[in-house]
Design a protein around this ligand. Structure first.
Ligand code: MLT
Length: 265
């Protein structure tokens, strides 16, 4: 049963299960909290797992126009306040969740115990990529989320065909098609103008785990290993048999990597 938490300007839906030190799971674009279900099922045995739907996604309320990565990060802090969580958390973000993590580190570092960066990037969009995102945002509002489902689904998993991957793709298509186009558009516009996080990496002094699917074509392993090398206290793990959505594609490996990182933090 999801909780509903009021934050300034929105109501967030959140899966909050388990007891112990808190892990905040931040989903990628254009998905919802369910992408973390395999991690929540395992880690909630001995941690408090908090997996929200970000503003504009899942069952959370929608803000039209643009939602910046800064706003999403502030929303997460308001959510923690709403849940009366004051102790420092482990933040685990995938892709857009990682873009949000950079802002969380910059703006709310005292709330962080450690970060886990999954399949994400520190570089901003090129001018061309940003222009494409803005166009896509307008197109989605006009004609619905199918456009973005068709664009993203082929890039989410490794190329290996399997029944399980087909089922996951169908499931994610349903999640995307059920998402309010205005929420998807607002996050697209926010991502288009996100800052370059590379200059900050050397200043992030909490423990970090950098995880990447070995076949990720959106945030490739070579780029993620550069992020790990630039962070002062990072471990790097490649996840075999996985593309961009490694937590869904190879949960045993991702869960094991997270568990072994947590024992060192
Ligand atoms: C995501 O998975 O969140 C997206 O790939 C992020 C992006 O489009 O840059």
């Amino acid at each position: 049963m999801l909780k509903r938490i009021e934050i300034p300007g929105a109501t967030l839906s959140v899966n909050d299960v388990g007891q112990g030190s808190p892990i905040l799971f931040v989903h990628g674009f254009p998905l919802d909290h369910t992408m973390w279900r395999e991690q929540v099922a395992d880690l909630s045995r001995d941690h408090r797992c908090i997996a929200p739907d970000l503003r504009g996604f899942g069952q959370s309320t929608v803000t039209e126009g643009k939602v910046s990565m800064e706003q999403f990060a502030d929303d997460l802090v308001a959510l923690l306040d709403g849940l009366a969580i004051t102790e420092p958390i482990v933040l685990c973000g995938l892709s857009m969740g990682g873009y949000i993590a950079w802002q969380f580190v910059r703006r709310h570092a005292p709330r962080l115990k450690a970060i886990i960066l999954c399949d994400t990037r520190a570089v901003p969009d090129s001018a061309e990529a940003a222009a494409n995102r803005l166009k896509l945002a307008d197109d989605i509002v006009r004609s619905g989320p199918e456009l973005v489902a068709n664009a993203m689904l082929p890039k989410f998993f490794s190329e290996r065909e399997s029944n399980r991957r087909s089922i996951l793709k169908e499931e994610l298509r349903r999640v995307i098609l059920a998402t309010d186009p205005r929420g998807i558009a607002a996050a697209s516009r926010g991502m288009a103008e996100r800052a370059d996080a590379r200059p900050w990496l050397a200043t992030i002094d909490c423990p970090a785990l950098v995880l990447v699917g070995e076949q990720d074509i959106i945030s490739p392993p070579a780029e993620m290993s550069e992020i790990a090398a630039a962070l002062p206290h990072a471990a790097f793990r490649g996840i075999p048999d996985s593309g961009h959505l490694a937590p869904l594609e190879n949960p045993p490996s991702v869960n094991e990597a997270i568990r072994s990182f947590l024992t060192t933090t």
